[in-house]
Design a binder for this molecule. Structure first.
Ligand SMILES: O=C(O)CCC(=O)C(=O)O
Ligand SMILES: [Fe+2]
Length: 289
């Protein structure tokens, strides 16, 4: 039967598929599910370590930095927390994931010398939660994206990662494929136009900051267990203050990439125009060995 509102399904590709194919779907649809992007061992460890600390965070306790106004955006019965390198060593492996790195390099590098972590956050949607308001993640940097929309630079790339099976009923992220190309940045569509990004353990919905999406309603008695990991061009301020979570000592055995992702080395704009950022004594902070 034809879909009544011409919804386009979100495409699914294996992590082993060619990067060019993944990028083509991402460019056309604004998002793509990469099956098996993370190994089940890594995710099982993450999920186990998350479970050990999640009781410290109150459902509905997050505010998105906006007080009461932000509470409904982040979910009145959702548990959210970050600082994930303090929770599990699996986090560092996830930061160096080659498939996600390949996608982020291709999408963000044309617009920056390097990118860093925007949000690394557990998002556990509680039973009975209603759907999140539809939005584009690039709204955080609206002043930079709006003037050139829809041809504005890609400033952020996100992955919603399943820590356990994520079904539509549990509140899978809902997306509108193709909405990253709509003429009007302020248009965020209707619930009927969305499709759920259902995920198995280790799968990830990778999506552009321009794509309209939102967390789904959880109509079950269980929690939706997912984690969000997004990157941001190095010349913009991220949502989470990840650099403050780690000392140099914490990161000295991590890769140069991880140190940059977590703000422990400087931003070098080259080959693009501009000066260095995130400096000390007007000089770059080098990654530790
Ligand atoms: O929880 C979800 O599935 C989506 C959350 C989200 O898009 C956000 O908070 O920006
Ligand atoms: Fe979002």
């Amino acid at each position: 039967m034809p879909d009544p509102v011409n919804r386009r399904a979100i495409q699914r590709l294996s992590a082993a598929s060619p990067l060019e194919t993944q990028l083509e779907v991402l460019a056309n649809d604004g998002g793509v599910i990469i099956e098996g992007m993370f190994s089940t061992d890594t995710i099982e460890q993450m999920n186990h370590d998350v479970a050990a600390v999640e009781g410290q965070f109150e459902p509905g306790g997050a505010t998105q930095g906006l007080g009461a106004a932000g509470k409904s955006f982040v979910g009145n019965n959702t548990i959210r927390f970050s600082s994930l390198g303090k929770v599990s060593p699996a986090f560092f492996e996830m930061l160096d994931n080659p498939t996600y790195a390949g996608l982020a390099d291709a999408v963000l590098s044309p617009h920056c010398g390097s990118y860093w972590v925007n949000t690394a956050q557990v998002m556990l949607i509680g039973p009975g939660s209603t759907a999140q308001v539809l939005h584009r993640d690039c709204f955080n940097w609206f002043q930079c994206c709006a003037p050139h929309w829809p041809d504005s630079p890609e400033v952020t790339l996100s992955a919603m990662i399943a820590l356990e099976e994520v079904t539509e009923e549990l509140g899978a992220t809902r997306v509108i494929p193709g909405s990253h190309l709509w003429d009007n940045i302020g248009e965020t569509g209707e619930a009927e136009q969305t499709v759920p990004a259902e995920l198995s353990v280790g799968d990830a919905l990778v999506y552009s900051g321009k794509l309209v999406h939102g967390g789904g309603a959880n109509v079950t008695d269980h929690w939706r267990r997912a984690m969000h990991l997004s990157f941001l061009v190095g010349w913009l301020t991220p949502e989470e203050s990840s650099p403050l979570d780690y000392t140099d000592e914490d990161l000295k055995h991590q890769s140069a990439r991880v140190q940059r992702l977590l703000g422990h080395s400087s931003y070098d704009p080259r080959p693009l125009y501009g000066g260095g950022l995130w400096l000390r004594n007007a000089s770059e902070i080098e990654p530790l060995q």
